[in-house]
Ligand binder design. Structure first.
Ligand SMILES: [Zn+2]
Length: 607
């Protein structure tokens, strides 16, 4: 049980001491922003906050001068214990801890042990009227065996080079870190003034403290460590990525006593390496109200400290490593731990950051730096038409040649390609057309590509001709307009994705490239309606012939080499047609092959 004591020095008015009501409210877990509420919600109710409130006492400051060393602190605590003992005569064996409030600026510390008048050792948390609420939370945490987190090394206000107080997301490092000032509440201390230290609210305790403190008073029953609250990844993540859904700290608190996965433990895959911990934090209406960007925070601890045989929670220090910001982030969300040789990939984020889907894999397990292309979007727009021209042709091998008319229609082809990548922090896309790197300031570009031109009404054989592409690039999106009056334009497109962030080791981000080809039909021959009508009739004749022959054919004709002889007249018709109208010849060859029951090649071999 906690002995809750209030003390003032003789020169301090009694009115400066918190009233019994205020003191009890401060220890009432049902009142938001009370001390008991903080520890109840921060620890999933796994902290024993039962207390006894002693009548306020008056003590003379026993310290010499400005001394604030261990001796001075011990003198101060024991002066209060002795005076409470004189006034109330409690059974000190009932108490393991004490919280002492001083009604004038006095001091701030916690976690030390002091002899009660009966000789029992009691752990203390000591604060005063000038102490911030978040700071008092920290001292009470010390009284429950919690330590500061470590972080980056820096020079503190006293010129000491230290890495203590390193986690901005923890009350155990808090000194107004990620804090906010709550509204006054007449039930609680700190009502006066536009700001008041007792209304400075700091962040939650990272749950990793509950995880490693299973042998400590903060978690006497060890009930936090349950598979539905803590996901301990198997070490196979080194080779097989492991996925987990992580729920925000405050959402898990709100759901309690229903459990939510609020802590992911990433065991080391390096001998003697750190164990890492992932927790999702976002702004909430309670103790994380001072957090800006929603982030996954990454902490670490080494369980091999000391002799490494049995983890000793007293020697394990929790370190804040980094965070993965989730809001307003460009590109893909990957975090690479170079010391731990693993990657955390955020594959999905709920709209309100209430949960994220994560995948963790060993640094070498990611084969999934990937690049994909959507199907191209194509739009063909008319660019012009030639005058109608007369031509004497046969639209069908069975018809004589006669005069028809045609014209040449030309087009421009607009296409959009969209590339997607995964695995990159800041993907940078380079686009190539026919191996020419596209530079947005150098549009349009002239390209020599294989395609076909038109000679009269005939489409020529593939040859290299010059086309022009006007293009625009927006990251993974390429749009381009191809001009040039050719048919069957084939353009090779290549896109390369590479890592452009200067904040990552680029060696870990291999480039990926992708080829594809796109086609543009910028030329078409249009025949007059007589031609089209004759062509339709001709086709009908072939279809009818085919139908009659098919009915009498009972089994597939074996394929002889070079197949049944075609009569000379058919060959002559096909030969003539190939000269005058290759497209019609092709259709006729197909029809003859089908009627004769031989392949297209076998027809061609007889010509
Ligand atoms: Zn501290």
């Amino acid at each position: 049980m906690i002995a809750f004591m209030r003390a003032r020095f003789p020169g301090t008015p009694a009115s400066a001491v918190w009233s019994d009501t205020v003191a009890r409210n401060w220890m009432d877990p049902a009142i938001p922003f009370s001390m008991a509420n903080y520890w109840k919600v921060s620890t999933f109710q796994q902290i024993d906050l039962s207390y006894f409130l002693f009548p306020a006492v008056v003590v003379k400051d026993p310290r010499k001068g400005q001394a604030d060393d261990a001796d001075a602190r011990d003198q101060l605590v024991r002066a209060v214990l002795n005076e409470v003992n004189r006034v109330s005569k409690p059974d000190w064996d009932l108490f393991d801890r004490c919280i002492i409030f001083f009604a004038q600026p006095t001091t701030l510390f916690g976690g030390g042990t002091h002899f009660a008048p009966n000789g029992k050792l009691i752990t203390s948390a000591v604060f005063d009227v000038a102490s911030g609420f978040d700071q008092v939370c920290q001292e009470v945490g010390h009284a429950f065996g919690l330590q500061h987190e470590l972080g980056a090394w820096y020079y503190d206000n006293y010129g000491n080079y230290t890495n203590e107080y390193g986690c901005p997301y923890s009350v155990m490092s808090a000194d107004a870190d990620l804090s906010f000032t709550r509204a006054p509440d007449p039930r609680l201390p700190g009502v006066a003034g536009p700001s008041n230290p007792q209304r400075v609210i700091g962040p939650y305790l990272p749950t990793v403290h509950l995880y490693i403190n299973q042998y400590q008073a903060v978690n006497p029953n060890g009930t936090f460590n349950h598979p539905d609250s803590v996901t301990y990844l198997p070490v196979t993540y080194e080779h097989t990525p492991a996925s987990v859904r992580l729920v925000a700290r405050d959402a898990a608190i709100a759901a309690w006593p229903s459990r939510r996965t609020v802590l992911v433990v990433v065991p080391p895959i390096i001998a003697g390496g750190d164990t890492h911990f992932l927790e999702l934090r976002r702004r909430d209406g309670l103790y994380d109200g001072g957090i800006g960007n929603a982030s996954i925070i990454i902490l670490a601890a080494n369980f091999f400290a000391g002799n490494g045989a049995v983890p000793n929670p007293n020697t394990i220090r929790i370190r804040y490593v980094d965070r993965i910001d989730l809001e307003g982030v460009e590109g893909d969300l990957d975090y690479h731990s170079f010391s731990g040789r693993f990657v955390v990939r955020v594959s999905r984020t709920d709209d309100d950051f209430a949960a994220v889907n994560l995948t963790v894999a060993g640094g070498n397990a990611w084969q999934s730096f990937s690049l994909t292309l959507d199907n191209p979007v194509t739009n063909r727009a008319p660019a012009g038409s030639s005058p109608w021209v007369a031509a004497t042709v046969a639209p069908c091998p069975l018809y004589p040649k006669r005069e028809y008319s045609y014209r040449v229609n030309t087009f421009e082809t607009f296409q959009v390609l969209r590339a997607h990548s995964s695995g990159y922090e800041k993907p940078d896309y380079s686009w190539y057309l026919e191996n020419v790197l596209l530079n947005s300031t150098a549009s349009p570009v002239a390209l020599d590509v294989p395609c076909r031109d038109a000679s009269g009404h005939e489409i020529g054989s593939p040859a290299v001709h010059r086309v022009h592409c006007t293009f625009k690039i927006e990251g993974g999106r390429l749009e381009f307009n191809t001009t040039g009056a050719f048919a069957d334009i084939t353009l090779t497109v290549r896109v390369v994705v590479s890592e452009s962030s200067s904040e990552v080791m680029q060696n870990y981000y291999p480039d990926r490239s992708l080829f594809t080809s796109v086609r543009a039909e910028n030329l078409a021959i249009e025949w007059d309606s007589h031609y089209e009508e004759d062509k339709r009739r001709c086709k009908k004749i072939f279809v009818d012939i085919d139908r009659r022959f098919s009915e009498s054919r009972t089994s597939p004709v074996p394929i002889p080499d070079p197949g049944p002889r075609l009569d000379d007249r058919t060959v002559a018709v096909l030969q003539s047609l190939i000269q005058s109208n290759p497209a019609a010849a092709s259709a006729a060859i197909d029809a003859v092959a089908q009627v004769a029951g031989i392949s297209r090649l076998q027809v061609l071999m007889q010509m």
